[in-house]
Design a protein. Structure first.
Length: 336
């Protein structure tokens, strides 16, 4: 028996999570469009003179400054020159104050099947590049509030923070560990960590974790943090080749090393415009950047700036299966 922490590969870690996120967004919006289109009273097909030239024709009357995305997809189908017009945006989105939910969320169907004690709930916060350190407290609160509402519980078994500008990549484990030592901003990471420490002290997050911390970075972090991370998620090409210095450090402090394949740049700028803009694969929420509003180009005008992404998973403890898994993403609409 080993006294040190094991290296664990969590189930479902085989896919790059940015692809998983984008597919999840598209699928959720497509499903919402279909559901709300079927409940709309006037959805008769409209004949187009040219089926290859389809105008998006969608409008949204909101002027929200913030948005939470949990889905995407296109909304026009064509058959022999006849097309079903896209579902109006206002049918499948919802707005509360300045927050636009894309798509709207059926909170009545939220929650877990059994008592929360039957689950291990893991949440990973992706703090994105270019966002302000002073805003991270607000982002964390927004993200966790949505997760708590979705799962029906305010407590989390493991809360992992993924900080921007940090990776664990290289031709070998030694190179990855060496490069990692000079990445990120330790002061900013520790300042953000105090927010998570407060959640831990209040019993909201039972354990805290970090992602992509090599031996030098983790050692410096532990020396200054009040609550040491219980988990360090690392992206290894070979899960058996943990850098010896990192393995020794983890053993000394009882830190569990988890192997994952999450993408560190999970939501690059421009991705949301592709997902929510006009076009065959867009959701027609955003207006065409080059379109003229006077000529009928509708939709929200401006640029969506990603702020945060959160992934949640609820494992059934006695069966080892995932009952509920999903994402929320937050962005700000900045007028051009």
């Amino acid at each position: 028996m080993s006294s040190g922490p094991s290296v664990i590969r969590k189930s479902g870690s085989g896919n790059r999570s940015n692809l998983e996120l984008l597919n999840s967004l598209r699928d959720n919006i497509s499903e919402a469009k279909r559901d709300y289109a079927s409940s709309s009273p006037s959805r008769a097909p409209t004949t187009k003179p040219n089926s290859a030239a389809v105008a998006n024709g969608n409008s949204c009357s909101t002027s929200s400054q913030n948005g939470h995305g949990n889905g995407n997809g296109n909304g026009i189908t064509q058959h022999n020159g006849t097309s079903t017009p896209p579902t109006p945006v206002e049918l499948w989105t919802s707005q509360e104050d300045k927050v636009l939910y894309i798509p709207k969320i059926n909170w009545q169907a939220a929650g877990l099947r059994d008592d929360t004690n039957q689950y291990e709930i893991t949440v990973k916060l992706f703090l994105l590049p270019g966002t302000s350190l002073s805003d991270r407290g607000q982002y964390i609160a927004e993200a966790l509030a949505l997760v708590a509402k979705e799962l029906g519980t305010p407590t989390i078994d493991l809360l992992v923070a993924s900080f921007p500008g940090i990776s664990f990549e290289g031709t070998c484990e030694w190179e990855a560990d060496k490069k990692n030592a000079h990445q990120g901003n330790l002061d900013d990471e520790l300042a953000t960590w105090t927010i998570l420490e407060d959640l831990h002290n209040r019993g909201i997050a039972k354990r805290l974790g970090v992602a992509e911390f090599g031996s030098e970075k983790l050692s410096a972090f532990i020396e200054r943090a009040r609550v040491a991370p219980a988990v360090d998620q690392i992206n290894l090409q070979d899960c058996c080749n943990v850098p010896p210095p990192l393995k020794r450090l983890a053993e000394e402090h009882g830190i569990e090393l988890n192997v994952h394949r999450d993408c560190t740049d999970i939501l690059p700028r421009g991705t949301l415009r592709e997902l929510l803009g006009p076009g065959a694969r867009g959701a027609n929420v955003l207006a065409d950047e080059d379109g003229d509003e006077a000529q009928g180009c509708s939709g929200l005008r401006g640029d969506l700036v990603p702020q945060w992404v959160v992934r949640y998973m609820a494992f059934v403890r006695d069966r080892g299966v995932i009952e509920n898994k999903g994402y929320f993403a937050g962005a700000e609409l900045v007028e051009a």
